[in-house]
Design a protein around this ligand. Structure first.
Ligand SMILES: O=C[C@H](O)COP(=O)(O)O
Length: 263
């Protein structure tokens, strides 16, 4: 539906609970070195990594010290700003570390930690309060897809995960469509499936917040993305990048995904 020219693709690496702060430095250095190859520019693509909380300071020091063109963010954050919330991490602390993004509503948090749409929306609001862009994850399970209810299900999940946000908030948000059956399984969605869902999500955001917000919204695909599948997936008109899990732990493979348009 919308023009795609204004949307800078975002290739985001979600490391999940992998790599300590020393390993993080090695991976980011290697990635930055691979991405500075002048013969293979990636100026028109934004690159971001999402290490564990404990790695963020080390990544910040490296990125700022060496002026690396790599953004970073957290994999989660508290819906609260401060106080007696043992084990939680405030968006204020993430902003102080130079984070640009915070993932909210990843299916692993929805499933393992029982997070629902209302909590995800509160976390998205907390990220925005602190100047971070939330990366709001949605996606259907296999049973829902097999029942043919995947579009309605995922659109409703997004709507619930954006409750209370204004059009201005949503304009600063990134959405990630991650079919649960494709995460960590090697089972990647077809490019047509990804396009169908991303277009439906964009259309719903347009109905809720206006065509301009929808046209500017970046919607990523996530689920077993590899350098071999990235070119077809990421050239779909409504797919504006990827949220990459396993393949983001391999600097060479992740750099190839960043250069999906040169494959
Ligand atoms: O956040 C990333 C997604 O869960 C995808 O993970 P994956 O690429 O290992 O399937």
């Amino acid at each position: 539906m919308a023009e795609t020219t204004a949307r800078v693709p975002l290739i985001a690496g979600n490391w999940k609970m992998n790599l300590d702060h020393r390993e993080a430095v090695t991976l980011v250095q290697r990635l930055a070195w691979l991405l500075t190859d002048a013969d293979h520019d990636h100026e028109d693509v934004e690159v971001a990594v999402f290490p564990p909380f404990t790695d963020l300071r080390a990544v910040q020091v490296l990125v700022t010290g060496d002026r690396l063109d790599v953004a970073y963010g957290a994999q989660d954050l508290s819906p609260e700003d401060s106080g007696a919330y043992t084990g939680d991490v405030s968006g204020a602390f993430l902003a102080a570390l130079g984070c640009r993004y915070a993932i909210v509503g990843h299916s692993e948090r929805r499933t393992i930690h029982g997070e629902d749409d209302a909590l995800v929306a509160r976390k998205a609001a907390a990220a925005l309060r602190h100047g971070l862009s939330p990366v709001v994850c949605v996606g259907e399970g296999l049973d829902v897809r097999q029942a043919g209810r995947h579009v309605a299900h995922t659109v409703a999940q997004l709507e619930g995960s954006l409750v209370g946000l204004s059009a201005e908030d949503v304009a600063r948000t990134v959405v990630a469509y991650e079919p649960v059956w494709a995460i960590g399984t090697g089972e990647v969605a077809g490019a047509g499936d990804a396009q169908e869902m991303c277009a439906a999500l964009r259309a719903r955001v347009g109905e809720l917040h206006g065509d301009d917000v929808a046209a500017g919204l970046r919607i990523l695909y996530g689920g077993s993305v590899k350098s071999t599948s990235a070119p077809e997936l990421l050239t779909q008109p409504d797919v504006d990048g990827a949220l990459v899990g396993g393949a983001s732990l391999d600097a060479e493979e992740f750099a190839k995904i960043v250069r999906f348009d040169q494959a």
